[in-house]
Design a protein around this ligand. Structure first.
Ligand SMILES: CC(C)(COP(=O)(O)OP(=O)(O)OC[C@H]1O[C@@H](n2cnc3c(N)ncnc32)[C@H](O)[C@@H]1OP(=O)(O)O)[C@@H](O)C(=O)NCCC(=O)NCCS
Length: 205
């Protein structure tokens, strides 16, 4: 079956549902813990943001095998999740009732947000990359990352930053093999993370 790389902004409603399901399957982070409605909203908001670079690997039958996305203002993107406020308040109330531990983790993440996540001028943050379990280890992650990096540099960004859990060697290897360098290791909530950066024009190892 053929695969095409499609811009995140081009996904229709079914595509958004599929991306949401894939995100929750492979991305074991706080956003997934907040539930499908919040994850879907995140990508809906990202689709409307012209500064977001997002790419999905879509099969002929519409299934999504992988995706990558990034933003030069990730905190502003997340902040837009709180709109409209009544919807967000409802989601938070449900979370507090159903998963109080996740609610506490969310509050903790606000309090312990690290300066390591700050972007420098001309930098874009790679916020998420993932490949469906059945499609992993076939080079798709590498292809998505390469295309994302090339597109970011062609768009004028001078470097790409990302944070990755230190206990995710698959992802750390993927980034390292593409020339990303660890510039800092820090704690955020329950996570220990590396901050990694790829400078435009730097040599691959
Ligand atoms: C990380 C991820 C995107 C890699 O996608 P993938 O399509 O399996 O990766 P590829 O087949 O393109 O492999 C790329 C590199 O990843 C590394 N890699 C892939 N699978 C690996 C494994 N099981 N163990 C160690 N390294 C691995 C290798 O360095 C490989 O490069 P190489 O072939 O030059 O050695 C995928 O494993 C995934 O979706 N993981 C869950 C979500 C996630 O952790 N995302 C990153 C969060 S920051």
């Amino acid at each position: 079956m053929n695969t095409t790389f499609t811009a995140l902004s081009q996904l229709d409603s079914t595509g958004l549902d599929r991306l949401t399901a894939l995100h929750i399957t492979v991305m074991h982070t706080l956003l997934s813990d907040l539930g499908g409605a919040v994850v879907r909203k995140y990508y809906q908001v990202a689709q409307k943001d012209p500064a977001v670079l997002g790419l999905c690997s879509v099969l002929d039958n519409g299934q999504i095998e992988g995706w990558v996305m990034g933003s030069p203002a990730p905190a502003a993107l997340t902040a837009r999740l709180r709109q409209p406020l009544p919807w967000f308040a409802g989601q938070m109330m449900l979370l507090a009732l159903r998963r109080p531990g996740v609610m506490l983790e969310l509050l903790r993440s606000f309090v312990s947000a690290s300066d390591a996540n700050l972007l420098s001028p001309g930098q874009i943050e790679l916020t998420y990359i993932g490949v469906a379990p059945g499609a992993q280890r076939r080079g798709l992650g590498k292809a998505l990352l390469t295309t994302f990096s090339e597109t970011a540099f062609q768009s004028g960004f001078s470097s790409i930053a990302l944070s990755v859990e230190t206990d995710n060697p698959t992802a750390v290897n993927l980034y390292s093999h593409q020339g990303y360098k660890i510039i800092q290791t820090f704690h955020e909530g329950r996570f220990e993370r590396h901050r990694m950066v790829l400078q435009h024009g730097s040599d691959k190892p």
